[in-house]
Design a protein around this ligand. Structure first.
Ligand code: SAM
Length: 290
């Protein structure tokens, strides 16, 4: 079959199946094969590996993945695209089209059901719908699923936030959430012109390699992430003021004491703290049993 990721093939498929694009589902299809290749290169798929693709659309990326992987599980929420995908890939026995929601599915179970237990760990590759990029990423990370890497096309600003270092304007709770579990690597920026329809934003391909264990030792992850959220809740305030006003059941003196124990200057802003510094503070907070 010809490349799906071209303007003419995309038009042909849309016309053939009488498709209507759903903006509310973040449907922007890739129409430039060069970027399929870049995503494929970044994903480094071996012929014995299984890939979960979130949101295959009309299969632009699925086609590339199917040429390399032992199995591609294409998870699509749009019911209207399921028969289309099944028809397009009817001769590809390694493509498994599944109707489902990336915000609800148990990814490990999905892979196990489609390909068996030995397919775990698997890779995840996606040109993500913009409207739920962050919730999908956080779900993949916090869900404890056994993937080895994620290669994702996301809005440029979101990719920057994922890879941002302490003290920069992009650094925030998302940077910490991502970097706690994964090592991020920005791959390439992607202009709006290579999608149909054209989105209003620029995109970036980012690769996230899952760490064998989290980047820092944290005794209670819930407390760690709640603390991060509290510190970034009021970015412009000092750490002491942001934490004291965060609604946590600790008064200013208690926070002051915890910051001292953690050797952190209370006048610093949360956005300057490294993962290690957040971990030290969170572990002292956990010890307090609050
Ligand atoms: N992979 C295709 C490509 O690159 O041309 C399509 C990418 S398009 C940006 C996003 C796709 O995700 C759409 O097909 C959309 O229907 C699908 N989608 C949206 N929300 C979803 C969800 N919660 N779970 C699974 N797929 C979803």
């Amino acid at each position: 079959m010809d490349r799906i990721a071209t303007p003419s093939m995309t038009r042909e498929i849309i016309n053939k199946y009488g498709l209507r694009m759903h903006k509310t589902l973040g449907q922007n299809f890739l129409i430039e094969p060069k970027f399929i290749e870049k995503i494929m290169e970044a994903a480094e798929i071996k012929d014995n590996q299984v890939v979960v693709e979130i949101g295959p659309g009309i299969g632009a990326l699925t086609q590339g993945l199917a040429e390399k992987a032992a199995g591609v599980i294409a998870l699509e929420i749009d019911r209207g695209l399921i028969d289309v995908l099944q028809d397009i890939f009817r001769e590809k026995t390694n493509v498994h089209v599944v109707h489902g929601d990336a915000l609800k599915v148990d990814f490990d179970l999905l892979v196990q059901e489609q390909m068996g237990k030995r397919a775990i760990p698997y890779k995840v590759v996606a040109n993500l719908p913009y409207y739920i990029t962050t919730p999908i990423i956080m779900r993949l990370l916090e869900g404890g699923f056994h993937f080895s890497s994620l290669v994702l096309m996301v809005q440029k600003e979101v990719a920057r936030r994922m890879a941002a270092l302490p003290g920069t304007k992009d650094y925030g709770a998302l940077s910490i959430g991502v970097q706690y579990f994964c090592k991020p690597q920005l791959i390439t920026t992607v202009p709006p012109t290579v999608f149909y329809p054209k989105p209003e934003v620029e995109s970036t391909v980012i690769r996230l390699d899952k760490r064998e264990r989290p980047a820092v030792v944290v005794t209670n992850e819930k407390i760690f992430f709640a603390l991060v959220k509290a510190a970034f809740g009021q970015r412009r305030k000092t750490l002491l003021n942001a934490l004291s006003n965060s609604g946590y059941p600790l008064n200013k003196e208690e926070w002051q004491h915890l910051l001292e124990m953690s050797r952190l200057d209370p006048k610093r802003r949360g956005e300057t703290l490294s993962l290690e510094e957040f971990a030290v503070l969170a572990n002292h907070l956990s010890d307090k049993g609050t």
